[in-house]
Design a binder for this molecule. Structure first.
Ligand code: FAD
Ligand code: PYC
Length: 422
């Protein structure tokens, strides 16, 4: 195909031509290869984490004979369904170091991938509504600062300066007593993250295989030899599962049981509004969080449904409760109309921390259990998981998140720092 000259590409005329030709002459962002018979590594799951793993395997470790096998389309799982909040203000050192690695990678990601992931460091507020909330906030901010992570405890009047629309009246049902504030936190464009990593991995030789479901994990003498798929068997020396809410099902294919529960988590967006909220506001106590997308919609969510299941919808009373919370915090939004609602299936561990681990099957690895909060970890998760898979031993930052913590008892309880209740 002959590419148009740079001048023609950027002219208004080219825009009109592309619109009328339904973008037919656009270059593909990545190839659409048929699966080979064998790979060094097969990654199951083409979400942000799987694609980032593939990218770093190729870029950092020179392992390019890699396939990402995705049952739907790239980035169509929780990567597409999340509300894009990014922060690294976790309580315990192990989690704080992991999420802070991700934050540092976010800060250079558009340059690294030569693709604008629209990372916007607009700051994240976690509100406190009672004395215990404020004690937890102070403890967490102190712990963050000891780990070199930015954080401040703000008073209601400082919060009001940042978010003028927030109801900080002492007379409301859950008065705002203060907040933690992470200025380097913010949001990124979820699709762009998947597309950027996909494009980067493809350019380094990784095969991205879409519309292909993995239906089995073939083993011989306790060692992985490949995956059964809807396009037939694909051989692999190593298989890395990065399948979020479907990870329990994947593990069962290899005769393993993971300490995971899969539950619906919902979100919803409003009609677009003029810019009115330029930071992220979260409140665990009233069960609601909110930001405004660059398009203008209010992006809203809350906690998981209380039951396990695989229905990507969620129950009505949860969003009703969330919107009550949002109207309590932002009375000015009480007449805004909601446009769309959806759910994703999140995989939660008992300590609200992920699993990044080898397994008892040689050559089989799992990266899962990110629950309600894995989007923010995408670059860091891919980086340490690629290192773990490449070297067949945990990356030092991934070691505390190995499966053996569930037998040793070295759990890392991050329920308090999880953005939403689960
Ligand atoms: P996914 O993007 O789900 O990728 C897994 C992929 O595996 C999917 O594409 C799936 O199709 C594929 N797959 C599964 N089984 C198979 C199979 N058998 N064969 C082939 N492919 C398979 N996190 C934050 O940090 N901030 C937030 O604001 C935030 N908000 C959220 C809001 C909602 C409503 C939800 C649902 C989640 C939210 N999260 C948030 C969590 C975040 O979305 C996830 O932790 C993260 O996206 C997980 O990324 P992933 O790449 O592991 O999963
Ligand atoms: O982990 O920050 C988070 C989060 C926000 C919304 C959902 N998860």
């Amino acid at each position: 195909m002959k590419l148009p000259s740079a001048k023609a590409r950027y002219s208004g005329l080219s825009l009109i031509k592309n619109a009328l030709s339904y973008h037919e002459n656009w270059q593909r962002a990545w190839r659409n290869p048929k699966p080979k018979t064998d790979y060094d590594v097969v990654i199951v799951g083409g979400g942000g984490h799987g694609l980032a793993t593939a990218y770093y395997l190729a870029k950092e470790h020179g392992i390019t004979n890699v396939a990402v096998v995705e049952k739907g389309y790239l980035g169509g799982g929780n990567t597409a369904r999340n509300t894009t909040i990014i922060r690294s203000n976790y309580l315990w050192d192990e989690a704080a170091h992991l999420y802070e690695l991700a934050m540092k990678l976010w800060e250079g990601l558009s340059q690294e991938l030569n693709f604008n992931v629209m990372f916007s460091q607009r700051g994240v507020l976690n509100l406190g509504h009672n004395l215990q909330d404020m004690r937890d906030i102070e403890r967490r901010v102190n712990a963050n600062r000891l780990n070199g992570i930015d954080g401040e405890v703000l008073t209601p009047s400082q919060i009001k300066d940042i978010v003028p629309l927030l109801n900080t009246s002492p007379d409301c049902r859950y008065p705002v007593l203060g907040a933690s504030w992470q200025p380097r936190g913010g949001t990124a464009r979820h699709d762009a993250v998947a597309w950027g990593y996909a494009r980067g991995a493809d350019a380094l030789g990784v095969d991205l295989i879409q519309q292909t479901e993995v239906t089995g994990i073939r083993r011989q003498n306790g060692t992985v030899i490949g995956v059964e798929t809807t396009q037939g068997f694909i051989g692999a020396r190593k298989v890395a599962c990065v399948t979020a809410g479907n990870s329990g099902v994947m593990a069962a294919m290899a005769g393993l049981r993971l300490p995971l529960e899969s539950r619906p988590l919902q979100a919803l967006v409003s009609e677009p509004l003029k810019p009115c909220l330029d930071t992220v506001v979260m409140s665990n106590a009233v069960h609601g969080y909110i930001s405004q997308s660059d398009k203008g919609d209010l992006v809203i969510g809350a906690g998981t449904d209380a039951y396990n299941g695989y229905g990507q919808r969620g129950s009505f009373h949860v969003i009703e409760h969330t919107l009550q919370a949002i109207c309590e915090l932002f009375p000015a939004f009480s007449r805004v109309r909601m446009n769309r609602q959806w759910g994703g299936i999140v995989d939660t561990c008992p300590d609200a921390c992920p699993v990044i681990s080898k397994t008892s099957v040689d050559g089989l690895y799992f990266n899962c259990g990110w629950g309600t909060g894995g989007f923010k970890a995408t670059p860091g998760s891919g980086f340490v998981f690629a290192d773990t898979v490449a070297n067949d031993r945990p990356h030092p930052l991934a070691a505390p998140f190995s499966l053996d913590r569930f037998s040793s008892g070295a759990l890392i309880d991050e329920h308090g720092a999880a953005g939403v209740a689960h």
